[in-house]
Design a protein around this ligand. Structure first.
Ligand code: MF3
Ligand code: CO
Ligand code: CO
Length: 294
C-alpha cells in the first residue's frame, strides 16, 4: 500500500489522536491556528538553559526508544505510539501535536521525504532510511532533535548519505563560536556536502528554540553570507538541522521539493534520497554545547 509501483511513498491512513493527560502543560499554540508572534530574544540564562537541556534530554531519549523499534514490518504509526507514550510518560508535551495542525508526536520522513512526514500505516521495509524528529516541551521550553536511521541494511549510497549528513551536522556544530556570524554554520555544512556532490536543502532551516518552538531566528545550512550575519553570543540557543540529498545541488532560488496535499510532507522533486540530523545547541564561551543528548 503506501508505496506506488516505483516504490515511492504515497499518503497512508493517519490514526486518530492519542490522549495527553490534562495535567501536562500545553504550549500556547495548542488549540489555536498557529503560534503567537515571539517577541523575546534567543539568549537564555544558565538556569533556563538547564530547563531546555531537560526537555532536550526527554526528546533524545524518546528518539532512542523509537529508534530501537525500527525494523522491517513496523508502521510509522506504531513508532508514533512509542514516541507519544514515552514523552507523556515523562511528564512532557510532544511539541508537534497541535502545532499549526500537525497531528502526531514525531515526524517520520522516509527515503525521498525531506522532512515533516506524518506517521500513518506505511510499513517500513529493509533498506529504507527514516528520519525521526521529536520535540519535547516541559517547564515552558522546547528541546528539538532528529536522527536518520537505516532499516536493516541499506545500499552503500544510502548508508554513505546518512553517515555524511551526521558528519555535516557535526561540522556545523564545530563552526559555532561567540563573535562569529551565524552564516559560518551553513558554510561549513555546504562545503562538506559539496565534496560528495550532495544537494543542500535551502528552504528549511535551523531555528531559534526555547520558549518558542521556532523563535524567528533562522540558521541556513548553505553559505548565505553576507546575509544571516547575526553574531553568535554565549547563551544563544538554536537548532542546526541539515538536510542533504543524493540529487544534484540546488541552484540558488530553485525549488527542488514538492509538498503533498496534506500540507506537511516535503519530498525531493526528483525523488532522490535525503537524510537529516538535528541538535539543539547553546553557544558557549568555547564553542557549542549540545542540549539534546540522552
Ligand atoms: N521539529 C521540526 C523542526 O526541526 C518541526 C516539526 S513541525 C511539525 O523544526 F509540525 F511538522 F511537526
Ligand atoms: Co528544528
Ligand atoms: Co526537529
Amino acid at each position: 500500500m503506501p508505496r506506488d509501483a516505483q516504490g515511492h511513498l504515497v499518503p497512508g491512513r493517519i490514526a486518530p489522536a492519542l490522549p495527553i493527560p490534562a495535567g501536562i502543560p500545553r504550549p500556547e499554540y495548542v488549540g489555536r491556528p498557529g503560534p503567537r508572534e515571539y517577541t523575546g530574544d534567543d539568549i537564555y540564562s544558565p538556569a533556563e538553559i538547564e530547563l531546555i537541556r531537560e526537555s532536550g534530554r526527554i526528546a533524545a531519549q524518546a528518539i532512542e526508544a523509537v529508534g530501537a523499534a525500527i525494523r522491517p514490518g513496523v508502521t510509522t504509526n506504531e513508532l508514533d505510539v512509542i514516541a507519544h507514550e514515552f514523552i507523556v510518560g515523562h511528564e512532557a508535551y510532544p511539541s508537534t501535536v497541535g502545532y499549526r495542525g500537525y497531528p502526531k508526536a514525531v515526524c517520520t520522513s522516509i527515503n525521498e521525504v525531506v522532512c515533516h512526514g506524518i506517521p500513518d500505516d506505511t510499513v517500513l521495509v529493509e533498506g529504507d532510511i527514516i528520519n525521526l524528529d521529536i520535540t519535547a516541551f516541559q517547564s515552558g521550553v522546547h528541546g528539538d532533535l532528529n536522527k536518520t536511521f537505516i532499516v536493516g541494511t541499506a545500499s552503500p549510497d544510502a548508508s554513505a548519505l546518512v553517515e555524511r549528513t551526521q558528519e555535516a551536522l557535526a561540522r556545523g556544530i564545530k563552526a559555532v563560536a561567540p563573535g562569529r556570524e551565524i552564516n559560518v554554520i551553513g558554510r561549513a555544512i555546504e562545503s562538506y556536502a559539496k565534496r560528495f556532490g550532495y544537494g543542500v536543502v535551502r528552504d528549511f532551516t535551523g531555528h531559534g528554540v526555547g520558549t518558542a518552538f521556532h523563535s524567528g531566528l533562522v540558521v541556513p545550512h548553505y553559505d548565505a553570507a553576507p546575509d544571516f550575519g547575526t553574531v553568535m553570543v554565549p547563551g544563544m540557543v538554536f537548532t542546526i538541522e541539515p538536510m542533504l540529498t543524493l540529487g544534484t545541488p540546488e541552484k540558488p532560488g530553485t525549488v527542488a521539493w514538492d509538498l503533498w496535499a496534506d500540507d506537511w510532507t516535503v519530498t525531493t522533486r526528483d525523488k532522490s534520497l535525503t537524510a537529516q540530523f538535528e541538535h539543539t545547541i547553546v553557544v558557549t564561551e568555547r564553542g557549542a554545547d549540545i542540549l539534546t543528548l540522552p
